[in-house]
Design a protein around this ligand. Structure first.
Ligand code: AP5
Ligand code: MG
Length: 216
């Protein structure tokens, strides 16, 4: 299946992506994760991305598009893809259209996680991510069994460097200005399923599962 998942910072894209890949056997392609891996590895791409991410701003389109084009051409995408956090601008959406035509994998559904803004600060500031396997936790809403330790691999849980209230404000502003038009574009094509992501994690997941089962 060829899926996009969209939504504001902290709306739950990564959390739902983890569940989708388990049930629907598609590779999870998160531009945010790819940039953070490059930052950790200290590559040129990582140094460039760090500058933007640490200010809550979007990484320039061309860099992001080139990275995704290369990723979607890999063999595992022959079975489909789950794109998380891409496209985030109209220029990225147009580039994606060309890429998916070339690989013959048109977008089948766009899941939009709609959420009330006032829940986002608690979600983002309480988020913890495993430094090795990248599993997402929350100190209150999705706590690990042992504080600071990943249930799945025993890795150390970290706080993301852009998870401050100051950066969240900029990220939300970028989302409204640049990413909302992308959602409108897909809505006009009738591809969008709106999911109420203010609900509890399991309720959101049940709604997403139903929406994806209807595509199959
Ligand atoms: P990215 O990593 O994509 O960040 P984001 O879009 O800001 O979204 P988040 O990852 O913060 O939130 P999420 O929706 O995944 O929520 P999560 O599931 O973790 O991008 C980071 C940066 O990279 C960008 O700011 C930009 O600089 C750059 N970038 C990335 N893509 C780019 C692009 N295409 N172009 C240019 N630049 C790009 O959940 C959050 C927390 O809430 C967790 O702790 C979770 O446990 C909890 N939670 C989740 N769901 C619920 C629920 N229903 N109830 C209670 N708690 C919940
Ligand atoms: Mg995420």
């Amino acid at each position: 299946m060829n899926i996009l998942i969209m939504g504001a910072a902290g709306s739950g894209k990564g959390t739902m992506a983890q569940k989708i890949v388990e049930s629907f056997n598609v590779p999870h392609i998160s531009t945010g994760n790819m940039f953070r891996e490059a930052m950790q590895a200290g590559t040129e791409l990582g140094r460039l991305a760090q500058h933007y991410i640490n200010h809550g701003m979007l990484v320039p389109d061309q860099v992001t598009i080139d990275m995704i084009r290369e990723r979607l051409l890999r063999d595992d995408c022959k079975k489909g893809y789950l794109l998380d956090g891409f496209p985030r601008t109209l220029a990225q959406a147009l580039a994606l259209e060309e890429i998916v035509i070339n690989i013959d994998k048109p977008i089948q559904i766009v899941l939009n996680l709609s959420v009330e803004i006032d829940v986002l600060s608690a979600r983002v500031t309480g988020r913890r991510v495993c430094e090795s396997c990248k599993t997402i936790y929350h100190i209150k809403f999705q706590p690990p069994k042992v504080e600071g330790v990943c249930d799945l691999c025993g890795g150390r849980l970290q706080h993301r460097s852009d998870d401050t209230l100051e950066q969240l404000t900029v990220r939300l502003r970028e989302h409204v200005l640049l990413t909302k038009p992308v959602l409108d574009h897909y809505a006009a094509e009738g591809l969008v399923q709106y999911i109420d992501a203010t609900q509890e994690i399991d309720e959101v997941w049940q709604d997403i599962k139903k929406a994806l089962e209807n595509v199959r």
